[in-house]
Write a protein of this length. Structure first.
Length: 250
């Protein structure tokens, strides 16, 4: 039997065109996913149930017995922090924080979650943040409240400002002390760039001023000038910008 060998050409500069990266965690068998894992072009990391602890394992759990019919749910899994279960019931697990990124700049992100009412968790602030470096440049939030019946759905969504990573995080202290977490399961994480990246000054047109704005950002070592998203400012960022500019905007 003949074996065919594919030859792959690696382009010098890999240019990221604006695409939505998203995952419903449904390609996995229920189980642990690692302390970091990739799904749908998104890499997840820094999972904690409690503030300051070492990163925990992410997990996928089959929730079809609980959420089937809920339009925010994609069968059959949700993502959980640190624990999973067999069967098809939702598993609300304490979550303090996780971080996700496509490795490229984005300006829109959303996540669906369902949370169980902890007996004394009222007042905890639950955030989805867009980060540049460690700075929060955009966020959405809601306040945890007692729920009847068992659980409540929430959607967190951020947009309008470029960011490198998203961070889900709970902050605050409940009535009985250190309670900066939520009993939750997550689904349908979307991270995307909706604006035209080459329109660097954001005026809706591609002009010489976008080159100047990019050049200035690069000179100022602004992370936004990391156009290829590799974490460094190099000649390849110029090439990526040039390519995106030549490709044009819709
Ligand atoms: Ca799903
Ligand atoms: Ca422009
Ligand atoms: Ca770069």
């Amino acid at each position: 039997m003949r074996t065919r060998h594919a030859v792959a050409f690696v382009p010098l500069a890999i240019v990221s065109i604006a695409l939505a990266d998203q995952t419903g965690f449904d390609e996995f068998e229920p189980g642990f996913l690692g302390t970091t894992f990739e799904s749908g072009g998104i890499t997840f990391s820094d999972n904690m149930q409690f503030r300051g602890e070492d990163p925990l394992l992410f997990a996928a759990t089959n929730c079809t017995g609980t959420f089937t019919g809920d339009p925010a749910f994609s069968p059959s899994n949700t993502m959980n922090s640190g624990l999973w279960t067999t069967g098809t019931s939702a598993w609300f697990v304490r979550s303090h924080q996780w971080i996700a990124t496509t490795g490229e700049l984005a300006d829109h992100a959303s996540v669906e979650l369902w949370y169980d009412s902890g007996a004394d968790w009222d007042g905890i602030e639950v955030y989805l943040e867009g980060l540049v470096g460690d700075n929060v440049v955009v966020f959405d939030s809601f306040t945890h409240r007692q729920t009847v019946p068992k659980y409540e759905h929430a959607r967190l969504e951020i947009s309008g400002v470029p960011f490198e990573r998203i961070r889900f995080i709970c902050r605050g202290v409940g009535p009985t002390g250190d309670r900066d977490g939520i009993l939750a399961c997550f689904d349908n994480v979307v991270i995307e760039m909706t604006a035209c990246a080459a329109d660097f000054d954001g005026d809706g047109e591609l002009t010489i001023f976008d080159f100047l704005a990019f050049q200035n950002a690069f000179d100022a070592m602004d992370p936004l000038a990391d156009f290829d998203g590799d974490g460094e400012l190099t000649i390849f960022d110029f090439l990526a910008f040039q390519n995106a500019f030549d490709a044009g905007c819709e």
